[in-house]
Design a protein around this ligand. Structure first.
Ligand SMILES: Nc1ncnc2c1ncn2[C@@H]1O[C@H](COP(=O)(O)OP(=O)(O)OP(=O)(O)O)[C@@H](O)[C@H]1O
Ligand SMILES: [Mg+2]
Length: 335
């Protein structure tokens, strides 16, 4: 790799599918041995960017290089240096789990013996030993997903791209995946991972690029991004549904102005939150106001901003999708 150049570099990438503009001038730089989290909502352009960087798709404009190799002109040479796990499992239905992994080993010219050993290790790792000799078409969605991830680790490439590596995994597999990713990275792998999960980006990525409508709208460490929002979040839970509105109004008086300071309410959880500044003193005056308004609270606290607050501040909307099959609130597990 060229000395001092980022392991992954994208400049002004543009890509349209018909009239849909998937990338609108995307810039990225990932230093060797670090993890970049590409964070963005559905349709932001994450997969398109990964496909271009892994030579599967040519950009309409702009350029990119990975380990110093141009993704278009030097695509063949580059392919042997990168690993990719796509958003959708790409395993062969009519082979067993073990055969799939062994096949990948052979594609990378690993010896038969080593491929077999590696396949066994990975099956064990991903809790698939028992299912290793079954055809993949009998696997559940989560099992396929795990096998697909295992396949991208058969050969440990210096640069790895993981497109939403934990979408559709149950919490236990998700934690296992995080562990494996952590090990790869401490072994020196450069990693670009896409995710819609803020906690995942927070936990795994050295730097985070927030992507929206085909371009990077903010980039930095999780802490730098959180500092952009400024202030803290004041969160409270009221005892009675009927007090939610009054509590929201009381908080409005203390909310920090500007983007991100908006008071958010969640009726189901009887929850109100706002970005504030003023620490403990402010907390006291909020309590006084709530008391004066006759609002009973079950819970009240000040928190540092989350990446979700960052996303809201940047785009005016929440980042986390609210679809079925997603891990949902994981605070307890990841705290
Ligand atoms: N093959 C395609 N043909 C037409 N439009 C496409 C195609 N692939 C992607 N798009 C569109 O391009 C935009 C970016 O899609 P992309 O898949 O890169 O987003 P993403 O960030 O990966 O989203 P998700 O989180 O849902 O995976 C979207 O509007 C999508 O509908
Ligand atoms: Mg995608």
């Amino acid at each position: 790799m060229a000395e001092g150049r980022p392991a992954i570099l994208a400049e002004g990438l543009e890509k349209s599918y018909g009239t849909t503009r998937a990338l609108a001038g995307l810039d990225l730089a990932v230093e060797e041995g670090t993890v970049l989290g590409l964070l963005g909502p559905n349709g932001a352009g994450k997969t398109t960017a990964v496909r271009i960087l892994t030579t599967l798709l040519a950009p309409d404009a702009g350029r990119a290089e990975v380990t110093g190799l141009d993704v278009v002109r030097q695509a063949d040479e580059l392919r042997s240096k990168i690993g990719l796990t796509g958003q959708y499992a790409a395993v062969d239905e009519y082979l067993t789990g073990r055969e799939n992994l062994e096949m990948v080993g052979r594609l990378y010219h690993l010896s038969k013996k080593y491929s077999r050993k590696r396949a066994d290790e990975l099956l064990e790792r991903f809790d698939l030993t028992g299912a290793g000799s079954r055809l993949v078409k009998t696997y559940s969605g989560g099992m396929r997903r795990r096998l697909d991830l295992a396949a991208s680790l058969v050969y440990s490439p210096p640069i790895l791209f993981l497109d939403e590596p934990t979408t559709g995994l149950d919490p236990r597999s998700r934690l296992a995946m995080w562990e494996i990713i952590g090990e790869l990275v401490s072994g020196g792998t450069t990693l670009l991972l896409t995710t819609q999960y803020l906690d995942e980006a927070d936990r795994l990525a050295d730097r985070i690029a927030v992507v929206d409508t085909g371009r990077v709208i903010a980039e930095g460490t999780a802490d730098e991004l959180k500092a952009k929002v400024g202030g803290e979040r004041l969160e409270l839970v009221v005892s009675e549904d009927s007090d939610l509105r009054t509590a929201a109004r009381a908080l409005e008086r203390h909310a920090k102005g500007g983007a991100g300071g908006g008071v958010r309410t969640d009726v189901d959880r009887r929850h109100v939150g706002a970005t504030v500044e003023g620490g403990a003193r402010l907390l006291v005056s909020v309590v006084r106001d709530l008391d004066a308004a006759g609002v009973q609270v079950d819970d009240l606290g000040l928190h540092r901003p989350t990446l979700d607050d960052v996303f809201l501040a940047l785009t005016g909307r929440a980042a986390e999708p609210s679809e079925e099959g997603l891990p949902g609130h994981q605070e307890k597990e990841t705290a």
